[in-house]
Ligand binder design. Structure first.
Ligand SMILES: [Zn+2]
Length: 331
């Protein structure tokens, strides 16, 4: 028979009881803000693990609630974009649930494993298309989970396969080198991964953007396409033009707030705090305190305005403020 409480846990619980704390209190940080209704998407059946919805004329949106992608039936085979490992076998299940056509073409939005790391599931016979920066990176990596592209383009490629048209555009580095715009003109669907997060603040540090100016430019470039539905690669729902405009306005506010906070940066006060904390001779401690205070001031201002408009604003605005204020200081 095993005991539910190990001797160590029992000792810890005893100590917590003696100090008047409970485990729950010990573990709990600040409460999170409620997620606005507008951030929520359709519920994904947990048993099924995915949801797919036709957005018009043989183009299907596919999501597991965390990752998103799309595929198209062409009459001559299926074109599928990306292969998020979170979906795995469900990528094949979803396609098989709407068509008997085999998957013949795979498009990589970009090289990151969290979006294409299950691509080996499509088998060795498929045509894999990517921008040349993506191909170069994957050729270097030789990762069996991310097969090397078999068809590469530089600026633009328009696929005419069966009944479908798909336009692939590379407009420069944004999230990473090789990240492309994938546009279905007939269905007016645009996909760009890891830049715009409909209903939510992006993942930290502008979703780990390798090029800050490229990231901002990409938001604006999205609006140059004529689309009704936007697929951002993540989270719970599809996006619209309004979602893109909302994210642009959110970052505009961060840029202004970060600039203001940078202008008010007080190294004397940061040095004082570092001294109090035993780090008076620790240059990194002083720098970290000063830069964190700038980001905190920026985040306080932006969170107050955006908390009820986007999901996760209280979670990741500080990180965006840190990244943008640092970018303003050095560039
Ligand atoms: Zn990525």
């Amino acid at each position: 028979m095993t005991s539910l409480t190990s001797p160590i846990t029992a000792a810890l619980l005893g100590w917590l009881a003696a100090t008047g704390m409970s485990l729950a209190q010990e573990d709990m940080g600040a409460m999170f803000a409620p997620v606005p209704d507008a951030a929520m998407g359709p519920m994904v059946d947990q048993q099924m693990g995915y949801m797919t919805q036709e957005l018009g004329d043989g183009l299907y949106w596919l999501t597991d609630g965390t990752y998103q992608t799309m595929f198209l039936t062409t009459g001559e085979g299926v074109i599928i974009v990306d292969a998020p490992p979170s979906m795995g076998q469900n990528l094949l299940n979803a396609v098989a649930s709407v068509t008997d056509e085999p998957i013949t073409h795979v498009i990589y939005s970009h090289s990151h494993g969290d979006h294409i790391g299950a691509a080996s599931l499509y088998g060795p016979g498929v045509t894999i298309i990517a921008q040349q920066e993506t191909a170069r990176h994957l050729t270097e990596k030789q990762d069996p989970n991310r097969p090397v592209p078999t068809q590469v383009f530089d600026d633009s490629l328009t696929l005419n396969i069966g009944t479908q048209v798909l336009q692939l555009d590379y407009l420069g580095v944004n999230h990473n080198p090789g990240n492309i715009f994938i546009y279905a003109p007939k269905q007016k669907v645009l996909m760009l991964v890891d830049v715009v997060f409909p209903g939510w603040t992006p993942f930290p540090d502008l979703a780990l953007a390798e090029d800050v100016e490229g990231f901002f430019a990409a938001q604006d470039q999205v609006l140059t396409y004529e689309f009704d539905n936007f697929i951002g690669g993540h989270l719970t729902r599809l996006g619209t033009r309004a979602d893109v405009e909302t994210q642009i306005a959110y970052f505009d506010d961060i840029v202004v707030a970060a600039g203001k906070a940078n202008g008010a940066m007080d190294f004397g006060a940061a040095f004082g705090e570092a001294m109090e904390r035993g780090g008076g001779n620790n240059i990194w401690a002083v720098v970290k305190i000063a830069f964190d205070r700038v980001a905190r001031q920026c985040a306080d201002e932006v969170e107050a305005k955006w908390m009820d408009r986007l999901g996760g604003v209280d979670v990741f605005t500080f990180d965006h403020c840190w990244k943008i204020s640092e970018f303003q200081r050095i560039d």
